[in-house]
Design a protein around this ligand. Structure first.
Ligand SMILES: C[S@@+](CC[C@H](N)C(=O)[O-])C[C@H]1O[C@@H](n2cnc3c(N)ncnc32)[C@H](O)[C@@H]1O
Length: 276
Protein backbone atom coordinates (compact mmCIF):
# COMPACT_ATOMS: atom_id res chain seq x y z
CA UNK A 1 0.00 0.00 0.00
CA UNK A 2 1.45 3.39 -0.98
CA UNK A 3 1.97 6.08 1.67
CA UNK A 4 -0.53 8.37 -0.06
CA UNK A 5 -3.38 5.81 -0.03
CA UNK A 6 -2.78 5.12 3.66
CA UNK A 7 -2.96 8.78 4.56
CA UNK A 8 -5.58 10.17 2.16
CA UNK A 9 -8.80 11.25 3.93
CA UNK A 10 -12.28 11.41 2.38
CA UNK A 11 -13.91 14.77 2.94
CA UNK A 12 -16.70 13.38 5.17
CA UNK A 13 -14.04 11.63 7.28
CA UNK A 14 -12.05 14.85 7.50
CA UNK A 15 -15.13 16.55 8.98
CA UNK A 16 -15.68 13.57 11.30
CA UNK A 17 -12.09 13.85 12.60
CA UNK A 18 -12.43 17.62 13.10
CA UNK A 19 -15.60 17.07 15.13
CA UNK A 20 -14.09 14.20 17.11
CA UNK A 21 -11.06 16.24 18.20
CA UNK A 22 -13.25 19.27 18.98
CA UNK A 23 -15.75 17.30 21.06
CA UNK A 24 -13.07 15.39 22.98
CA UNK A 25 -10.57 18.19 23.70
CA UNK A 26 -12.04 21.49 22.44
CA UNK A 27 -9.25 21.77 19.86
CA UNK A 28 -10.24 23.51 16.63
CA UNK A 29 -8.43 22.14 13.58
CA UNK A 30 -9.31 24.12 10.47
CA UNK A 31 -9.98 22.90 6.95
CA UNK A 32 -6.34 23.32 5.93
CA UNK A 33 -4.84 20.83 8.38
CA UNK A 34 -4.81 17.78 6.10
CA UNK A 35 -1.07 17.38 6.43
CA UNK A 36 -1.30 17.47 10.23
CA UNK A 37 -3.98 14.77 10.34
CA UNK A 38 -2.08 12.66 7.83
CA UNK A 39 1.29 12.84 9.53
CA UNK A 40 -0.07 12.34 13.06
CA UNK A 41 -2.60 9.58 12.32
CA UNK A 42 -0.61 7.41 9.89
CA UNK A 43 1.50 5.91 12.73
CA UNK A 44 -1.74 4.87 14.52
CA UNK A 45 -3.06 3.31 11.30
CA UNK A 46 0.14 1.29 10.94
CA UNK A 47 0.21 0.29 14.63
CA UNK A 48 -3.34 -1.04 14.42
CA UNK A 49 -2.60 -2.90 11.16
CA UNK A 50 -5.27 -0.91 9.30
CA UNK A 51 -4.91 0.11 5.67
CA UNK A 52 -5.88 3.78 5.77
CA UNK A 53 -7.01 6.75 7.83
CA UNK A 54 -10.46 6.17 6.31
CA UNK A 55 -10.44 2.69 7.92
CA UNK A 56 -9.41 4.28 11.21
CA UNK A 57 -12.43 6.61 10.92
CA UNK A 58 -14.72 3.65 10.27
CA UNK A 59 -13.35 2.02 13.44
CA UNK A 60 -13.83 5.22 15.44
CA UNK A 61 -17.41 5.61 14.27
CA UNK A 62 -18.40 2.29 15.82
CA UNK A 63 -16.26 2.67 18.94
CA UNK A 64 -16.40 6.37 19.79
CA UNK A 65 -15.55 6.17 23.47
CA UNK A 66 -12.81 3.57 23.03
CA UNK A 67 -9.11 3.92 23.76
CA UNK A 68 -8.34 4.42 20.08
CA UNK A 69 -10.54 7.54 20.10
CA UNK A 70 -8.38 8.98 22.86
CA UNK A 71 -5.18 8.04 21.05
CA UNK A 72 -6.39 9.93 17.98
CA UNK A 73 -7.07 13.07 20.03
CA UNK A 74 -3.74 12.82 21.86
CA UNK A 75 -1.95 12.44 18.53
CA UNK A 76 -3.58 15.68 17.36
CA UNK A 77 -2.41 17.73 20.36
CA UNK A 78 0.67 19.86 19.87
CA UNK A 79 3.05 19.26 22.77
CA UNK A 80 5.89 21.63 21.93
CA UNK A 81 7.50 22.97 25.10
CA UNK A 82 10.93 23.70 26.55
CA UNK A 83 12.67 24.79 29.75
CA UNK A 84 12.27 28.48 30.71
CA UNK A 85 10.07 29.28 27.71
CA UNK A 86 9.35 33.04 27.79
CA UNK A 87 12.20 33.84 30.22
CA UNK A 88 10.58 37.20 31.12
CA UNK A 89 7.83 35.25 32.92
CA UNK A 90 10.33 33.49 35.17
CA UNK A 91 12.16 36.77 35.79
CA UNK A 92 8.88 38.41 36.88
CA UNK A 93 8.18 35.49 39.22
CA UNK A 94 11.68 35.70 40.70
CA UNK A 95 11.77 39.46 41.14
CA UNK A 96 8.16 40.36 41.95
CA UNK A 97 5.93 37.42 42.91
CA UNK A 98 8.27 35.44 45.15
CA UNK A 99 9.49 38.38 47.28
CA UNK A 100 5.85 39.35 47.93
CA UNK A 101 4.74 35.81 48.75
CA UNK A 102 7.76 35.19 50.98
CA UNK A 103 6.77 38.20 53.03
CA UNK A 104 3.03 37.46 53.13
CA UNK A 105 3.47 33.76 53.95
CA UNK A 106 6.20 33.97 56.59
CA UNK A 107 3.93 32.20 59.08
CA UNK A 108 2.48 29.37 56.99
CA UNK A 109 5.48 29.02 54.63
CA UNK A 110 3.31 27.58 51.89
CA UNK A 111 2.85 28.36 48.16
CA UNK A 112 0.82 26.64 45.45
CA UNK A 113 1.33 26.77 41.69
CA UNK A 114 -0.31 25.19 38.67
CA UNK A 115 1.08 24.44 35.24
CA UNK A 116 -2.13 23.83 33.28
CA UNK A 117 -1.32 22.25 29.88
CA UNK A 118 2.01 21.07 31.28
CA UNK A 119 2.93 18.83 28.34
CA UNK A 120 6.19 16.96 29.09
CA UNK A 121 6.82 18.92 32.29
CA UNK A 122 9.51 21.48 31.40
CA UNK A 123 7.30 24.41 32.51
CA UNK A 124 6.53 22.95 35.96
CA UNK A 125 10.14 21.87 36.54
CA UNK A 126 11.52 25.27 35.42
CA UNK A 127 9.34 26.83 38.10
CA UNK A 128 10.50 24.28 40.68
CA UNK A 129 14.14 25.17 39.93
CA UNK A 130 13.39 28.91 40.28
CA UNK A 131 11.80 28.22 43.68
CA UNK A 132 14.76 26.17 44.90
CA UNK A 133 17.17 28.86 43.66
CA UNK A 134 15.10 31.41 45.63
CA UNK A 135 15.87 29.52 48.87
CA UNK A 136 12.43 27.97 49.32
CA UNK A 137 13.60 24.35 49.70
CA UNK A 138 12.28 24.10 53.26
CA UNK A 139 8.88 25.67 52.46
CA UNK A 140 5.76 23.66 51.72
CA UNK A 141 5.71 24.13 47.93
CA UNK A 142 3.13 22.40 45.76
CA UNK A 143 3.28 22.50 41.98
CA UNK A 144 0.53 20.76 40.07
CA UNK A 145 1.14 19.92 36.41
CA UNK A 146 -1.86 18.86 34.34
CA UNK A 147 -2.57 18.01 30.73
CA UNK A 148 -5.22 16.34 28.59
CA UNK A 149 -2.68 13.89 27.24
CA UNK A 150 -1.72 10.94 29.46
CA UNK A 151 1.17 10.14 27.15
CA UNK A 152 3.01 13.43 27.69
CA UNK A 153 2.35 13.24 31.43
CA UNK A 154 4.09 9.87 31.62
CA UNK A 155 7.17 11.55 30.23
CA UNK A 156 6.73 14.47 32.62
CA UNK A 157 6.54 12.12 35.62
CA UNK A 158 9.68 10.30 34.52
CA UNK A 159 11.59 13.61 34.60
CA UNK A 160 14.09 12.29 32.06
CA UNK A 161 15.09 14.48 29.13
CA UNK A 162 17.19 14.03 26.02
CA UNK A 163 20.31 16.10 25.39
CA UNK A 164 18.45 18.13 22.74
CA UNK A 165 15.73 18.98 25.29
CA UNK A 166 18.13 20.20 27.98
CA UNK A 167 19.95 22.23 25.32
CA UNK A 168 16.76 24.28 24.81
CA UNK A 169 16.43 27.10 27.32
CA UNK A 170 18.05 25.45 30.36
CA UNK A 171 21.08 27.36 31.71
CA UNK A 172 24.16 25.11 32.03
CA UNK A 173 24.49 25.99 35.73
CA UNK A 174 21.00 24.59 36.44
CA UNK A 175 21.66 21.48 34.36
CA UNK A 176 24.74 20.69 36.40
CA UNK A 177 23.01 21.39 39.70
CA UNK A 178 19.60 19.76 39.24
CA UNK A 179 20.16 16.85 36.79
CA UNK A 180 22.22 13.68 36.75
CA UNK A 181 23.33 11.72 33.71
CA UNK A 182 21.21 8.68 32.89
CA UNK A 183 22.83 6.91 29.95
CA UNK A 184 22.55 9.33 27.03
CA UNK A 185 19.77 11.27 28.81
CA UNK A 186 19.50 13.58 31.81
CA UNK A 187 17.40 12.77 34.88
CA UNK A 188 16.05 15.49 37.16
CA UNK A 189 17.20 15.10 40.75
CA UNK A 190 14.76 14.13 43.47
CA UNK A 191 14.47 17.56 45.21
CA UNK A 192 13.04 19.06 41.99
CA UNK A 193 10.87 16.07 41.08
CA UNK A 194 9.18 15.78 44.44
CA UNK A 195 7.92 19.38 44.25
CA UNK A 196 5.73 18.55 41.25
CA UNK A 197 2.70 16.26 40.94
CA UNK A 198 1.15 15.48 37.57
CA UNK A 199 -2.49 14.70 36.86
CA UNK A 200 -4.63 14.23 33.73
CA UNK A 201 -7.15 17.09 33.53
CA UNK A 202 -9.21 18.43 30.64
CA UNK A 203 -9.19 22.21 30.93
CA UNK A 204 -12.83 22.35 29.85
CA UNK A 205 -13.91 20.52 33.02
CA UNK A 206 -14.77 22.31 36.25
CA UNK A 207 -11.62 23.21 38.16
CA UNK A 208 -12.92 24.78 41.34
CA UNK A 209 -11.66 21.96 43.59
CA UNK A 210 -8.05 22.42 42.42
CA UNK A 211 -7.21 25.82 43.88
CA UNK A 212 -6.44 28.15 45.42
CA UNK A 213 -3.18 28.92 43.59
CA UNK A 214 -0.72 31.79 43.77
CA UNK A 215 0.16 31.42 40.09
CA UNK A 216 -1.34 29.58 37.14
CA UNK A 217 0.56 29.06 33.91
CA UNK A 218 -1.84 28.43 31.04
CA UNK A 219 0.47 29.01 28.13
CA UNK A 220 0.30 28.11 24.47
CA UNK A 221 -2.91 26.11 24.68
CA UNK A 222 -5.68 28.75 24.38
CA UNK A 223 -4.65 29.28 20.75
CA UNK A 224 -6.24 25.92 19.93
CA UNK A 225 -9.66 26.80 21.41
CA UNK A 226 -12.57 28.84 20.06
CA UNK A 227 -13.68 32.09 21.75
CA UNK A 228 -16.42 30.49 23.86
CA UNK A 229 -14.21 27.67 25.19
CA UNK A 230 -11.45 30.17 25.93
CA UNK A 231 -13.76 32.47 27.86
CA UNK A 232 -15.16 29.62 29.97
CA UNK A 233 -11.65 28.39 30.77
CA UNK A 234 -10.49 31.88 31.76
CA UNK A 235 -13.47 32.19 34.13
CA UNK A 236 -12.67 28.81 35.68
CA UNK A 237 -8.98 29.70 36.02
CA UNK A 238 -9.94 32.91 37.78
CA UNK A 239 -11.88 30.82 40.30
CA UNK A 240 -8.75 28.81 41.13
CA UNK A 241 -6.58 31.85 41.92
CA UNK A 242 -6.15 33.73 45.19
CA UNK A 243 -7.18 37.36 44.80
CA UNK A 244 -3.97 39.03 43.57
CA UNK A 245 -2.76 35.68 42.18
CA UNK A 246 -1.15 35.63 38.77
CA UNK A 247 -2.24 34.09 35.48
CA UNK A 248 0.39 33.82 32.76
CA UNK A 249 -0.62 33.18 29.16
CA UNK A 250 1.46 32.39 26.07
CA UNK A 251 2.97 35.15 23.94
CA UNK A 252 0.19 34.96 21.31
CA UNK A 253 -2.65 34.81 23.87
CA UNK A 254 -4.61 37.45 25.78
CA UNK A 255 -7.36 37.55 28.40
CA UNK A 256 -9.18 40.33 26.59
CA UNK A 257 -12.93 40.56 27.14
CA UNK A 258 -12.73 39.56 30.79
CA UNK A 259 -11.22 42.72 32.24
CA UNK A 260 -13.67 42.45 35.12
CA UNK A 261 -11.82 39.31 36.28
CA UNK A 262 -8.16 40.15 35.59
CA UNK A 263 -6.06 43.29 35.58
CA UNK A 264 -3.27 43.18 33.01
CA UNK A 265 0.07 44.36 34.40
CA UNK A 266 3.53 44.62 32.85
CA UNK A 267 6.33 43.36 35.04
CA UNK A 268 9.61 43.95 33.23
CA UNK A 269 8.76 42.71 29.74
CA UNK A 270 6.26 40.09 30.98
CA UNK A 271 2.48 40.47 30.74
CA UNK A 272 0.77 39.25 33.91
CA UNK A 273 -2.96 38.88 34.50
CA UNK A 274 -3.69 39.63 38.14
CA UNK A 275 -6.90 38.10 39.57
CA UNK A 276 -9.28 40.76 40.89
C1 LIG B 1 1.95 23.55 23.12
S1 LIG B 1 1.73 22.65 24.62
C2 LIG B 1 2.10 23.92 25.79
C3 LIG B 1 3.07 23.45 26.87
C4 LIG B 1 3.51 24.53 27.85
N1 LIG B 1 2.37 25.12 28.53
C5 LIG B 1 4.34 25.59 27.18
O1 LIG B 1 3.85 26.72 26.96
O2 LIG B 1 5.50 25.34 26.85
C6 LIG B 1 -0.05 22.53 24.69
C7 LIG B 1 -0.56 21.42 25.59
O3 LIG B 1 -1.97 21.60 25.80
C8 LIG B 1 -2.56 20.33 25.96
N2 LIG B 1 -4.02 20.42 25.75
C9 LIG B 1 -4.69 20.55 24.59
N3 LIG B 1 -6.01 20.56 24.80
C10 LIG B 1 -6.20 20.44 26.14
C11 LIG B 1 -7.35 20.39 26.98
N4 LIG B 1 -8.60 20.45 26.49
N5 LIG B 1 -7.15 20.25 28.31
C12 LIG B 1 -5.89 20.18 28.82
N6 LIG B 1 -4.77 20.24 28.08
C13 LIG B 1 -4.92 20.36 26.75
C14 LIG B 1 -1.83 19.48 24.94
O4 LIG B 1 -1.93 18.10 25.24
C15 LIG B 1 -0.40 20.02 25.01
O5 LIG B 1 0.42 19.23 25.83
Amino acid sequence: MSASSISSIHSENYRFLQEHVYSQAGIVLEDNKHYLFESRLTPIVRRLGLSSINDLCAMLKVARGAEVGRQVVEAMTTNETYFFRDPAHYEAIRTALLPRLKQQRQDVRKMRFWSAAASTGQEAYSLAMILLEAGLADWNIQILGTDFSTEVLERARAGTYQQIEVNRGLPASLLVKHFIRSGVNWQLREPVRRMVRFETIDLRKSMHTLGPFDLVFCRNVMIYFDAETKRKILEELHGTLFRGGWLMLGGAETASGIEELFEKQSIGSAAVYVAR
